[in-house]
Structures are given as structure tokens and as C-alpha cells.
Design a binder for this molecule. Structure first.
Ligand SMILES: *[C@@H]1O[C@H](CO)[C@@H](O)[C@H](O)[C@H]1NC(C)=O
Ligand SMILES: *[C@@H]1O[C@H](CO)[C@@H](O)[C@H](O)[C@H]1NC(C)=O
Ligand SMILES: *[C@@H]1O[C@H](CO)[C@@H](O)[C@H](O)[C@H]1NC(C)=O
Length: 182
């Protein structure tokens, strides 16, 4: 009995010990409306089949957890996807069996900022997870086409106008006086 338990412990530790999940980048930086590709790699064999792979990827923020990708035995299960990510997440079937999970997230929002965890399970190989960070900053404000006149510029203009008027009035007066003298 004890032998069986020890054997089971040994086997489970072997499975979780050899199955590795990595991230190609631990953090990503992007701007609003851009697209990004988040990538995870995992141990795979030459004969790893799509059907043997199940994945759940979630985004964690301080306030909530949302599912962005769910693959059940090789089939995408969109029902679990959070509406926040609806129609914005794409994956590559071809590279998945080679041990690469690539998630293309398009039209990024600042609310996509957080950490992303993918839990990958390959039947009879094992299961593991890894996380990466995504930081989406707001897009720069578009620059206005016409530059608006600032209030202090208006006042300066008015002062210049008055000074100008003043000088011409003095000049006119001087001209009139000089005519009177002569
Ligand atoms: C995971 O990363 C480690 C260290 O960078 C590397 O030795 C290992 O080969 C990687 N494994 C996979 C499956 O990418
Ligand atoms: C972002 O992805 C969307 C949908 O896949 C695509 O239509 C758009 O052209 C991409 N934009 C850029 C800048 O690559
Ligand atoms: C996100 O990026 C901005 C701009 O580079 C930076 O100021 C901010 O500290 C970053 N936030 C996190 C959580 O990394």
C-alpha cells in the first residue's frame, strides 16, 4: 500500500516536473488600439496531437478575472470567453502542436492591462502554467488641426493695437502742431 502511494507520488512529481510552460516575454508594453501577440511555449513531443491539448488563459486585474481563451481537447470553447475579449482573440492551430501558444489580441484597450496566465494541459504529459504582464497605455491625444488662440495672446493683441493707435494719435497731433507752427 505504502509502496503504491510512494509510486503515485513519484509519478505525479515526474509528470509535473518534466512538463514545462514558458513565456517568451515576461512583460509586454502596448498602446490602445494596437494589436499584440502574447506567446507561451510548452514541452511537446513530435506526436503531440491537437486533441490532447487543453488550455485556459485568464486575465487578472486588481478587481476581476476574465477568461480570454479556452481550448478543450483541441477545440476552442468560446462560451467561456469574457465579452471583453469577444472577437479580439485569435490563435494559431498549426504551431500549437509544436508547443507554441500564440494569442493575437487586437484593438487593445487600457482595460486589457493586467497579468495573463495560461494553464496548459497536455494529456498524459502533464500540466503547468505561466504568467506574463501586459500594460496598455492610452493613445496620445490627437493634435488639433487649428491652433486656438489663447486668452493671454488675445489681450496682448489688444494692448499692441492700443499702443499702435496711441502712437499714430501722437504722430497725428505732432503733425497738426507742426503745421500750426509753420
Ligand atoms: C523554458 O525556459 C528554460 C529557461 O529559459 C529553458 O531551459 C527551457 O528549454 C524552456 N522550455 C520550453 C519548453 O520552452
Ligand atoms: C489589428 O488586427 C485587426 C484584426 O485582426 C486587423 O484588422 C488590423 O488591421 C490590425 N491592425 C494592425 C495595426 O495591425
Ligand atoms: C505602464 O506603462 C506606463 C508608461 O510606460 C508606466 O508609466 C507604468 O508604470 C506602467 N505600469 C505598469 C503596471 O507596468
Amino acid at each position: 500500500m505504502i509502496f503504491i502511494i510512494l509510486l503515485l507520488l513519484f509519478l505525479t512529481s515526474c509528470v509535473s516536473g518534466t512538463f514545462v510552460v514558458n513565456v517568451t516575454q515576461t512583460s509586454y508594453q502596448a498602446e490602445e488600439n494596437q494589436n499584440i501577440t502574447l506567446e507561451w511555449t510548452f514541452s511537446s513531443r513530435r506526436d503531440t496531437s491537437l486533441r490532447s491539448i487543453s488550455i485556459v488563459c485568464e486575465m487578472f486585474t486588481e478587481i476581476r478575472i476574465s477568461v480570454l481563451f479556452h481550448l478543450h481537447q483541441g477545440v476552442e470553447f468560446r462560451e467561456s470567453q469574457d465579452p471583453q475579449f469577444a472577437g479580439r482573440v485569435q490563435w494559431d492551430k498549426d504551431v500549437l502542436t509544436e508547443g507554441r501558444l500564440t494569442l493575437h489580441v487586437s484593438r487593445l484597450r487600457t482595460s486589457d492591462s493586467g497579468f495573463y496566465v495560461c494553464d496548459i494541459l497536455v494529456k498524459s504529459d502533464g500540466r503547468n502554467s505561466r504568467r506574463c504582464w501586459l500594460n496598455v497605455t492610452a493613445a496620445a491625444e490627437p493634435t488639433p488641426l487649428t491652433q486656438t488662440v489663447k486668452p493671454h495672446q488675445k489681450i496682448q493683441g489688444i494692448i499692441v493695437l492700443y499702443i499702435g493707435l496711441g502712437i499714430s494719435a501722437v504722430a497725428l497731433l505732432a503733425l497738426m502742431l507742426s503745421h500750426d507752427v509753420s
